[in-house]
Design a protein around this ligand. Sequence first.
Ligand SMILES: CCCCCCCCCCCCC[C@H](O)CC(=O)SCCNC(=O)CCNC(=O)[C@H](O)C(C)(C)COP(=O)(O)OP(=O)(O)OC[C@H]1O[C@@H](n2cnc3c(N)ncnc32)[C@H](O)[C@@H]1OP(=O)(O)O
Length: 629
Amino acid sequence: MDRRRVKESTVMEVGPDGVAIITIINPPVNSLSFDVLHSLKESFDQASQRDDVKAIVVTGAKGKFSGGFDISAFGGHQETKELQKPGFLSVEIITDTIEASRKPTVAAIDGLALGGGLELAMACSARLSTSNAQLGLPELQLGIIPGFGGTQRLPRLVGLSKALEMMLNSKPVKGREAFSLGLVDGVVSPDELLNTARQWTLDILNHRRPWVVSLYRNDKIEPLGEAREILKFARSRAQKEAPNLKHPLVCIDVIEEGIVSGPRAGLWKEAEASEELSHSDTSKSLIHIFFAKRGTSKVPGVTDIGLVPRHVKKVAIIGGGLMGSGIATALILSNYSVILKEVNEQLLDAGVKRIKSNLQNRVNEGEIAEENFEKAVSLLKGSLDYESLKDVDMVIEIGERTKSHDRIVGAHFFSLAHVTPLLEIVRTKQTSPQVIVDLLDISKKIKKTPVVIGNCTGFAVNRMFFPYTQAGLLLVERGADVYQIDEAITKFGMPMGPFRLADLVGFGVAVATGTQFIRNFPERTYKSMLIPLLQEDKRTGEATHKGFYLYDDKRKASVDPELKNFIEKARSISGVSIDPKLVKLQETDIIEMILFPVVNEACRILDEGIAVKADDLDISAVMGMGFPP
Ligand SMILES: CCCCCCCCCCCCC[C@H](O)CC(=O)SCCNC(=O)CCNC(=O)[C@H](O)C(C)(C)COP(=O)(O)OP(=O)(O)OC[C@H]1O[C@@H](n2cnc3c(N)ncnc32)[C@H](O)[C@@H]1OP(=O)(O)O
């Protein structure tokens, strides 16, 4: 076999059958860096020029076609200006070199073909996939749009509605669904993939199979009038679901341009829009979050000293309440054996029932198969004594009585522990790195994003956000409007404002946590009597249908005209007066006055060495409090 090594990013092998196999090699996901794209073009140019090459197969090394364009290139400065020129990558490489190749090309897809990876495959004459491969265009979750022709080729392969769904929701499909959609032309097993692809290219060459140029297909695109209706509906949904984001609308405009003015015009509009969006604040933030999320499990002095996570099989959980049963569910869903310890039969039964109900919900949602429900339940054992815990590998919720403090670590799950994706791993000065490595490994296995944090009041999320409600109370006692504050903060992108949140968590929790912060950070807390006054009126928030808002039986919140009386009373107890400047605040003022103290608290957490890096606090805010990424 003639094995010409182009740069380290692609390899081309030409077999005796005259088929050149071009393999993308860029571990771990064969992302399309500028180097890879450059060498891909070189490989194709060589394959086109060589007389001994009749046809071409493109594939990815180690069972992964490609995870898409190299996201780290956005904001990078290593690429040559030419490669950055709008349209060079998409038109000159993907379209005019690969799609226009005079030799048939087949993409052999295993593992994943995402973003630019799938766009590369769609520019080939045909595509073969394994049944479980993931194929999709997730660019919009990075604040950009497909930029290698995906906005033009995907609608022409799967139809406009399905293409819009896949792009606007960043929703991939498996290989077998891709085949039923017409996105791929065949589904084969991994070990037959390459040989079938070789034969497929030769069949195309010998006119035994069609040679399709997807860019110019129109049989899947609805007539113009119908297409415009579909696009209009997509626009209204995009505006409703994400009013703050413009790139979904740009994506729809680019798709429309190709339908109205032809796919090549669509390619150029896509190239310009894609390049512009790659410099947007939204894209920079979302790409920052993409890498920050994957960076939380890299802890200097812990994960870089060669420690291997120990095998944890059995976990004991003390207490089967809302949190304990949620944690037990998360562990069981990842095949850990769990012993649930309670103080009496009644509480143990209640805990077991909660766990079974959580698991049944997963069955109902199709996340676990019915036949796996009993197997999952069999992983759970109940106990009323500590004796049965003697051979467990980890205990959740025992601490101060243990003498070996090196083995104590906090695992702070967030309510609905089996659903909320964030896990704060709280280490003391005595916690051994091995124990942290063990818990990081468990986090990955139970599909949690871990953040390693030092021990302090509120750890990362709750400490960062204690000023969220405090600032709100301070502003309201000085004349700002509760409902205007919540509206401005929700419009900014938080799931809910400080007052709606206080109603949701309940005043009991709000007062308990507030007391902790007042005790530990007296110099920067606001001691308002507003919530205690509301509690005197038997208001505790949503649960009593009365808090800062009134709630109907469906927990729909509405303004409470009586609230002003409690505010006036709290104001007089605090001895403050209304500040005219605060009565009619601008939205930006509200956002800054509520969130800047949160940012300041994050800076203190970082400055005190409680957090390893600022990125970890960004992830804590996004995944723990729903801060808009
Ligand atoms: C200043 C501007 C310069 C450039 C201007 C150019 C003009 C504009 C041209 C734009 C052309 C656009 C072309 C294209 O349409 C755009 C894209 O393709 S964007 C990328 C699309 N792909 C994705 O969004 C996939 C993202 N990745 C994932 O979803 C997952 O990683 C995965 C692939 C499903 C694998 O998941 P896991 O197995 O869980 O593994 P991890 O997620 O932990 O990832 C492992 C490791 O790989 C890194 N990585 C993953 N994907 C990429 C990627 N696409 N680029 C770079 N790196 C990637 C990830 O960060 C992890 O790294 P580690 O943490 O191990 O260091």
